[in-house]
Design a protein around this ligand. Structure first.
Ligand code: ZN
Length: 329
């Protein structure tokens, strides 16, 4: 693709057993297959994975990417918000209620990101066993852009974008929930958990190595997503184009943001596949820099972004490009 991608590919890639545990839909080689709750045309069919003995339903793709490597092929992991859509302000469909009604384990982020899940649970008339990401103990939650969390403030929910928090805090709790429903029993889950955690240790080192020597550390994101990632890897999310999901900046705010980005030497504006790129492109034009796509959610249809580690490598390469770590994009 380009120099940055090549540099990333040149790094050590863990070749462990997880390589065979990609969660591509329909390719459940020994571990859970990730099913999309919604075909591109809409109208998902809750009965399509009838072979699975156990159903895990996640509100968003990243939770499914974390759960799938922990579960066997006897577990179907399904996602409600279709790939390419943003979970902020998602409108659940009747088929989502049917999925939840049949779920053995429900994975959600918590807070406002998937607050619509509460309505779904009401409509489904039952509360399956649940994993709530933001309820995981000792997560070290932060406010937007990595700021300390004020008592009245809702935490930045995008915790999964820090592989170390995922490895040390999230996966052990998630694995206990998966083990409670896994037909192969807890020992099998424990083994997969250890392999996954080792993979994340190696992933963390890889990202650290890639982003170590880049010349700039500051960036502008599209929506306030990258605080935990930036904190982990010594970067600085200056500001986001959208202060809150779905709230575009006024022309005056845009001008001020361009001024700030220029004075901080920002080299690129980050876009996200799930959000309209128009505003980001306008800002990039205004400051005379390129746009770079980074993806906070992942997409089971794209082999590059269909596993957690793959997604994070994709993002590390995007940041490497955005921050001037290779020849200009
Ligand atoms: Zn978000």
């Amino acid at each position: 693709m380009d120099g940055a991608s090549e540099a990333a590919r040149g790094g050590a890639r863990p070749g462990g057993p997880l390589r065979s545990r990609r969660v591509l839909a329909g390719l459940g080689a020994g571990s859970a297959a990730l099913a999309l709750a919604c075909s591109p045309g809409g109208g998902g069919d809750p009965g399509h994975d009838a072979a699975a003995e156990v159903r895990v339903v996640a509100t968003v793709v990243p939770l499914a990417l974390l759960a799938s490597p922990l579960a066997s092929s006897r577990v179907a992991v399904e996602v409600l918000v279709p790939p390419g859509a943003t979970p902020h302000g998602y409108e659940p469909r009747p088929s989502d209620v049917a999925r939840l009604a049949a779920a053995d384990l429900f994975l959600r982020v918590g807070g406002s990101l998937d607050a619509w899940a509460a309505r779904l649970l009401d409509a489904a008339g039952r509360e399956p066993a649940s994993f709530v990401l933001l309820d995981v103990p000792d997560l070290g939650l932060r406010g937007l852009h990595g700021a300390p969390l004020r008592p009245t403030e809702e935490p930045d929910p995008h915790v999964w974008l820090d592989p170390v928090r995922v490895r040390d805090r999230v996966l052990p709790v998630l694995a206990r929930r998966v083990a409670a429903v896994e037909p192969e029993g807890p020992a099998a889950v424990a083994g997969r958990l250890e392999a996954f955690r080792r993979e994340l240790t190696s992933l963390d080192g890889e990202i650290r190595g890639l982003l170590e020597g880049i010349p700039t550390r500051a960036f502008v994101s599209f929506h306030p997503t990258w605080g935990y990632f930036a904190e982990r890897y010594g970067l600085r999310e200056l500001e986001a184009l959208e202060k809150a999901p779905g709230r575009p900046p006024s022309p005056a705010e845009l001008a001020r943001l361009a001024e700030l980005a220029r004075s901080e030497g920002v080299r690129a504006v980050l876009l996200e596949p799930q959000l309209d790129p128009k505003l980001g492109r306008a800002l990039a034009r205004e400051i005379g820099v390129a746009t770079v796509v980074a993806d906070p959610l992942g997409d089971p249809r794209d082999p590059e972004r269909s596993t957690y580690a793959g997604l994070m490598r994709f993002n590390a390469r995007a940041f490497h490009r955005a921050l001037g770590g290779a020849s200009p994009p």
